[in-house]
Design a protein around this ligand. Structure first.
Ligand code: C2E
Ligand code: CA
Ligand code: CA
Length: 451
């Protein structure tokens, strides 16, 4: 509002003052926004880092703990209720965190992003109590289900280490806590340190490894148990690391899934397989269909599908020779993305398999919404030992259901003649497993094909 003096003219002195007042207020607001989190109004990560470094300098003799906190099932709050309810949960938790830390004579806290918070407190405080006050606070939040907190705790040993690294160590411990359903607290220890270091090395080497061709595609034949003929193969990746030797995908694929690199690897496998099939066709070797594993992370890559299609066509590989295995867990977690992904593949004449069927996620319901061609059942998920009565009944039901739904079945992980005989009795003749062949280098697989 512009103020005027008695003769109706603008009073410049008042105007100037109001303007300065407004500017000061705006500046204060901007400073507050730069240092704090807009939603919860507690410090942000930038302020946290500076303040932790300052606290460590001020109290050189005192031991401190870096604690990373995650509100479990937070995504569910946003999904089931409104986003405003999610905001309320975050504000509520921030207040609890602020209250407890401000009751200590020192301690720093912040919200990093989403539902991730950090605290740095003195080891003199009662840590168990700290965690339990926060957890009880969350339990009291009025929701239909209980919100469980996950904590990762890192004892600061090297004060020269950047605060960002301390934060990373505590986050690493928190992720470990989340992996184990029986606990919600994990301490960063020597074992985790080794694991974190190993993962950091893997991540730092992965791109060069891909460029240098250190990843090798192995092939595990799929056989018809009646004719004993090879009717297909699965492409399985190995990392021939110059220092560590052969690394199995079980070690590095989960790491690549965390940083998205898995999509590059899967595309690489696809390219290698297409190249090989072309080569076989050009040299008079009758090819068999080869299946490629698709990680659920791949579904987020909008370009992948078109890259796959153009590669297959570049090598002029008939579409019936390429198949895609998508793990069962993706059918639950990414069902919307999957519907369009599988539809697009099948429209182009590619065969789609549900991998690891029966591995624990109930995918029966998803079969209703997603069209696939083959159920791949891992016999390891349903141990069939002699004398065991229930597993064969479940296996029979799954195979019958697949047949009624017009789906083909492949059994993998078949190691013994008893398992083979049972599968044959139940009408499943497509077999992959050590009973016939282990995964092998491409040159060995070629020899088998030539035979
Ligand atoms: P998967 O897709 O379920 O592959 C089957 C795994 O079972 C392979 O392990 C295979 O070697 C193993 N296997 C086959 N037959 C038998 C058997 O009779 N007994 C036993 N005990 N094991 C058997 P591998 O090659 O170590 O691969 C492990 C997992 O890594 C795969 O499980 C898959 O999830 C992932 N993976 C492998 N290659 C790729 C890839 O190129 N891309 C992606 N995204 N994932 C891959
Ligand atoms: Ca597979
Ligand atoms: Ca499998």
């Amino acid at each position: 509002m512009i103020q005027c003096n008695a003769d109706g003219k603008r009073d410049n002195a008042v105007f100037l003052f109001t303007n300065i007042e407004y500017e000061v207020e705006a500046k204060e607001k901007l400073t507050f926004m730069a240092l704090n989190d807009a939603l919860t109004r507690i410090p942000n990560m930038r302020t946290f880092s500076t303040d932790v470094a300052e606290m460590l300098r001020t109290y050189p003799k005192e031991e401190f703990l870096m604690i990373s906190i995650d509100i479990g099932q937070f995504r569910l709050v946003n999904k089931l209720f409104r986003y405003s309810e999610g905001d309320n949960v975050l504000k509520y938790f921030a207040t609890k965190l602020q209250e407890i830390i401000e009751s200590y004579d020192k301690g720093i806290y912040c919200r990093m992003a989403s539902d991730i918070f950090y605290a740095c407190i003195s080891e003199k405080e009662n840590v168990e109590e700290f965690l339990s006050v926060l957890q009880t606070g969350m339990k009291n939040y009025p929701l239909k289900f209980e919100l469980k907190l996950y904590f990762g705790i890192f004892k600061i040993t090297d004060r020269m280490e950047p605060v960002e690294y301390m934060v990373e160590h505590s986050s690493y411990a928190r992720l470990e806590a989340k992996k184990n359903p029986l606990q919600n607290i994990a301490y960063y220890n020597d074992e985790l340190k080794k694991k974190e270091f190993f993962e950091a090395v893997v991540v730092s080497e992965m791109e060069q490894a891909l460029q240098e061709g250190q990843f090798e595609v192995y092939y595990q034949p799929k056989c018809n148990s009646l004719t004993k003929q090879i009717i297909g193969a699965e492409a399985l990746i190995r990392w021939n690391n110059p220092e560590k030797g052969y690394l199995s995908p079980g070690i590095f694929i989960p790491i690549f899934e965390q940083n998205g690199f898995v999509t590059e690897v899967d595309y690489y496998v696809c390219t290698q397989v297409c190249k090989k099939i072309r080569e076989w066709m050009d040299h008079g070797v009758t090819p068999v269909p080869v299946s490629i594993n698709i990680s659920r992370c791949d579904l987020y890559d909008k370009e992948l599908l078109s890259r796959i299609m153009s590669t297959v066509d570049e090598y002029q590989v008939p579409h019936n020779l390429i198949e895609f295995e998508i793990t069962e867990s993706a059918f639950i977690l990414e069902s919307n993305l999957l519907v369009s992904f599988t539809k697009a593949l099948r429209k182009e004449g590619f065969c789609v398999l549900i991998d690891d069927f029966g591995s624990g996620y109930s995918s029966l319901n998803s079969l209703k919404n997603i069209d696939v061609d083959v159920l791949k059942i891992d016999i390891a998920f349903l141990p069939v030992s002699t004398g065991e009565k229930k597993s064969p009944i479940i296996m029979e039901a799954v195979i019958n259901m697949a047949q009624k739904l017009g789906l083909d079945t492949v059994a993998e992980g078949v190691e013994t003649v008893e398992q083979l005989e049972l599968l044959e009795k139940l009408g499943c003749y497509k077999i992959q497993g050590y009973y016939f062949y282990k995964p092998m280098a491409v040159t060995d697989f070629e020899k088998l094909l030539r035979k």
